[in-house]
Write a protein that binds this ligand. Structure first.
Ligand code: AMP
Ligand code: MG
Length: 478
């Protein structure tokens, strides 16, 4: 009736990789949001379900036919230190195959304790689950690879954090939940057969074009690196700060995953950190490319036994691939910034032009997103009366006419790359506060505005205002 079609390939892997576990049932479930648009894309129809059935389904009280729930095992470097982790508060129900033959993990987050919960309660609070829902959907509409959110439901139970909070379950949809940390886990176990199986599994599922590669491990490492470069470039384009780029929070598929203390930068400052647990700024805005490379080096280490039979040679191969990150990233970043500025072709002064804009944004505390909106629409007196900016604007205008491309094409490419709406921290908080006391109108309006982030229109000024809270902090909420 709903349209579920499960084919659980991960559940058929070596049992080392998982623990079969059921969600822990909850007392008094209630649906908060359901993403009907996403459901439709997945070929799922929830319209014939009663409120009670929906609530039971989206908290795990009632499982869909064909699911084989399991918690995945993984390890991960957290703030640089290796630990054995695993799904401590998440359960993968299985893989749903859509009508167009695409495969997606359906996962509950906050569905109770598992074999990997360690001291945790396996539960999640409403605020952080709605936050993931809002930001992941915003990322999707910004054209950035990401896991998605199908629903959030409250459990009717209280979870204890700094204070008692409403418990909730998020239903997450992802290409897969395999992480750099999944490879690290198998590498720690020193089980070569399982490592080979995992590599082949990931190639089949995410990089089928590599099935014929001569050296599969090196082709895979290169392909994962290329997708991460694209992803980080996109984050930098919109001012997204993931906040906790541990290796267990980096997906092999190239999707943004595990939204915790993430947030969008407002005032431009490359050292911006919002996460309360990131004391030393390891995951600051400007550090994200370097951290991605560091994480990929951990993937390379895990793959060493498969890169070559000769260990020295294997290390050389790995180092060469990881070493290619910097040049590739710089190229990708430059192209992205040129798109944001509507610049075609390459000139030797381009890098300086870009850097000078960033410097003047930093010195004058300009808002990152709004500065690019101003460049497109010339509607911001604060920026346009600034002498430093006026100088820079002359240079930019002169650069634009060095090619034969009409200015319209510049404007077009700028519009596709510079969002006019992002989920600003104070707007997200406002929506969460309202939702927490049962008012869903604010979050619904915000979600709907975020569906068209590149469309300039009349009624969006309220989403472009800058928060006055300069000390904004985010919490993992675990
Ligand atoms: P995260 O910071 O959400 O990426 O989680 C890091 C690790 O902590 C993962 O292994 C999670 O499964 C685990 N974890 C986070 N929150 C909880 C919780 N409330 N109960 C049990 N495990 C948790
Ligand atoms: Mg995580």
């Amino acid at each position: 009736m709903i349209g579920w079609k499960f084919d659980n390939s991960y559940a058929r892997l070596n049992e080392l990789m998982m623990t079969k576990t059921y969600p822990v049932s909850v007392k008094n479930p209630k649906l908060v949001v359901l993403n009907y648009g996403l459901a439709k894309e997945l070929g799922l129809d929830f319209s014939n379900l009663t409120e009670k059935e929906l609530a039971d389904f989206f908290t795990g009280n009632q499982l869909p036919e064909g699911s084989e729930p399991l918690a995945q095992a993984y390890a991960g470097h957290q703030f640089g230190h290796l630990s054995i982790l695993g799904d401590g508060r998440a359960i993968v129900l299985g893989e749903h195959i859509t009508p167009t033959d695409e495969r997606f993990d359906i996962q509950f987050k906050g569905s109770g304790r598992t074999a990997y919960s360690r001291g945790g309660d396996g539960r999640a609070a409403l605020g952080p689950m709605l936050r993931e829902y809002i930001i992941s959907e915003a990322m999707y509409y910004l054209n950035i690879k990401t896991t998605r959110s199908l629903a959030v439901a409250t459990t009717g139970e209280i979870v204890i954090r700094e204070k008692p909070l409403k418990g909730a379950v998020l239903t997450r949809v992802a290409r897969s939940h395999i992480r750099v940390g999944t490879f690290e886990y198998i590498a720690i176990k020193k089980d070569l057969e399982s490592l080979k199986n995992l590599l082949n599994y990931c190639i089949n599922r995410h990089y089928p074009e590599l099935k014929i590669a001569e050296n599969k491990a090196s082709a895979f490492l290169t392909a994962v690196l290329d997708r991460q470069i694209q992803l980080i470039t996109d984050w930098m384009r919109v001012g997204f700060i993931h906040g906790v780029m541990n290796t267990d929070n980096m997906a092999i598929s190239g999707e943004t995953i595990d939204y915790g203390p993430c947030a969008f930068m407002d005032t431009y400052n490359p050292e911006t950190v919002f996460s309360s647990i990131d004391e030393h700024g390891r995951y600051a805005f400007q550090n994200q490319p370097g951290i991605a490379q560091w994480n990929l080096a951990r993937l390379a280490e895990a793959l060493v036994p498969l890169l070559d039979k000769d260990q020295n040679k294997a290390v050389d191969i790995g180092e060469e691939i990881i070493g290619s990150f910097n040049d590739k990233y710089k190229k990708s970043y430059m192209q992205m910034m040129k798109n944001k500025l509507g610049i075609f072709e390459s000139r030797k002064e381009d890098e300086q032009l870009i850097q000078d804009l960033l410097n003047l944004m930093f010195e004058n505390k300009f808002d990152y997103t709004n500065t690019f909106i101003s460049l497109m629409h010339e509607n911001n007196p604060e920026i346009f009366n600034n002498e430093q900016f006026k100088e820079w604007h002359k240079r930019w205008s002169a650069r634009l006419i060095t090619t034969n491309k009409p200015l319209n094409s510049s404007r077009e490419i700028m519009k596709q790359n510079n969002p006019v709406i992002i989920p600003r921290n104070h707007k997200v908080e406002e929506a969460l506060r309202a939702a927490n006391v049962g008012d869903l109108t604010v979050i619904e309006k915000l979600l709907s505005a975020l569906e068209q982030p590149y469309l300039q229109r009349e009624d969006i000024k309220m989403y472009q205002t800058i928060s006055t809270d300069m000390q904004y902090k985010t919490f993992c909420g675990t």
